[in-house]
Design a protein. Structure first.
Length: 96
């Protein structure tokens, strides 16, 4: 059982991750709209590619979460398939 302080720390940590995820999405949307008018640099194309892959990873996790018992199944899947999480929510994104 987690203590109240541990739960507060986890909530704060995930709040910062969610904020980071939203800011990355905002940047990706800007780059996608920019691509309609000008040619993107290779670094910008890579950022969009990574963000779209993250979004594609989020959809199956959300689907599992919505299933009956998904709240119990999702942590198990994350342990078995750590790449199911978007890069922002991984503890160590460089670790494979």
């Amino acid at each position: 059982m987690k203590t109240v302080d541990e739960i507060k720390i986890l909530l704060q940590k995930n709040k910062l991750r969610l904020y980071e995820e939203l800011s990355q999405n905002k940047e990706a949307m800007y780059l996608i709209s920019k691509s309609t008018h000008t040619k993107l640099l290779p670094e910008e194309k890579e950022k969009i590619k990574i963000k779209l892959l993250d979004i594609c990873k989020t959809i199956p996790a959300l689907a599992v979460f919505l299933l009956p018992g998904g709240t119990l199944l999702l942590p198990v899947l994350i342990k078995l398939i750590p790449d199911i999480l978007p890069s922002t929510f991984r503890d160590n994104p460089t670790k494979n």
